[in-house]
Design a protein around this ligand. Structure first.
Ligand code: ZN
Length: 342
């Protein structure tokens, strides 16, 4: 039997319960500590899984309930990184943030996400997806006082991420996704070393591999940036042909409510396309019909067996009830279009 068409999935993150971390806030500190915190993370992960399953999401994630931030949540487990003395850097050429710095050769002393992946695998019979930061986006979210070369540091991160990914695959993870919002900003570097680093990160993997490229959360710096991009957002036009030639299986992109010309999806021939049908930059919950319309528009450029309805980006900054509504709209919208195929 062939797998069902239009399998739904999310980019990765979901809001955390208020007993775990402050809601509606990026990089929110944990509300608990020690063993109680670890137990709370597992409980929140279970809830994130249940919410996805009940909403009709086919390929489920842990909602990133056990990390504070998609990049620094990884960096804080590595040696060679000073997480105490933060430096202010400009992120994605858009906003300043205080970030860790690289001060010595980077080493991963132990697996970072194995335990989280075990919880996810044990709690659901659905296919599961695990998200990791992409090498270029990691380089762009820290201060490098050691390697002094973005390309070299990215390759070092890629080797570490590859070890992590191989372990995740061995634990039963079906899709490993690398988040590379930086691919929408440094288009020349994507071509010279970005995709090369990404391919190093997926070396030897047999599970599905994905890359997520977006226009960011709905924070002010991103909304201001989008105002400068004109009436058509054509960043993908430069990166998709490079990705189409790469060994990455899936590309997750922003679509609904964006100014991305839909025909750019046609540049990803041969790849699975995770079509963003949920806008994470607004608290307005899409109707299932709106989701269905986005899927139908994408179907003109992506065959149904390669189209995965998805969110535009992570939902961590949204109120929990809004994110739940959006999950349900995604599941219901895909169901409408699936029925049209029967
Ligand atoms: Zn994103």
């Amino acid at each position: 039997m062939s797998p069902p068409l239009l399998q739904t999935t999310i980019v990765g993150s979901l809001p955390k319960p208020s007993w775990l971390a402050q809601p509606s806030k990026l990089w929110a500190p944990w509300a608990l500590e020690g063993a109680v915190l670890e137990e709370a993370k597992r409980d929140a992960t279970r809830l994130a899984i249940r919410d996805q399953e009940r909403a009709g999401i086919d390929i489920v994630s842990d909602g990133e309930q056990s990390r504070r931030h998609f990049v620094t949540g990884y960096l804080e487990h590595l040696q060679g990184i000073d997480n105490e003395h933060l430096e202010t850097v400009r992120i994605r050429q858009r906003y300043d943030a205080k970030v860790p710095q690289v001060i010595a050769p980077i080493v991963r002393p132990h697996p970072v996400h194995s335990e989280d992946a075990r919880v996810l695998r044990a709690e659901t019979d659905h296919p599961i997806k695990y998200t990791l930061p992409g090498p270029m986006t990691m380089v762009d979210t820290l201060h490098d006082a050691y390697y002094k070369s973005r390309a070299r540091l990215a390759m070092e991160f890629a080797k570490i991420l590859n070890q992590e990914a191989r372990e995740l695959e061995a634990l039963g993870v079906n899709v490993i996704q690398f988040d590379e919002p930086a691919f929408n900003v440094y288009m020349d570097e994507v071509k010279t070393w970005g995709v090369e680093a990404l391919e190093r990160a997926v070396e030897g993997l047999h599970c599905k591999t994905a890359v997520h490229i977006c226009y960011g959360y709905g924070i002010k710096a991103n909304i201001d940036w989008k105002q400068t991009l004109g009436s058509q957002w054509r960043q993908y036009e430069e990166t998709f042909p490079v990705l189409a030639r790469s060994r990455i299986d899936q590309v997750s992109l922003e679509c609904h409510n964006s100014k991305v010309p839909i025909e750019l999806l046609g540049l990803l021939q041969g790849k699975d396309v995770l079509v963003g049908a949920i806008d994470v930059a607004t608290e307005t919950v899409e109707s299932p019909q709106e989701v269905a319309a986005t899927i139908r528009a994408a179907l003109k450029y992506v065959p149904a067996d390669k189209l995965y309805p998805c969110t535009n980006c992570g939902m961590v900054p949204l109120p929990r009830a809004v994110a739940l509504g959006k999950l349900q709209a995604l599941g219901a919208g895909a169901k409408i279009v699936r029925a049209e195929f029967d």
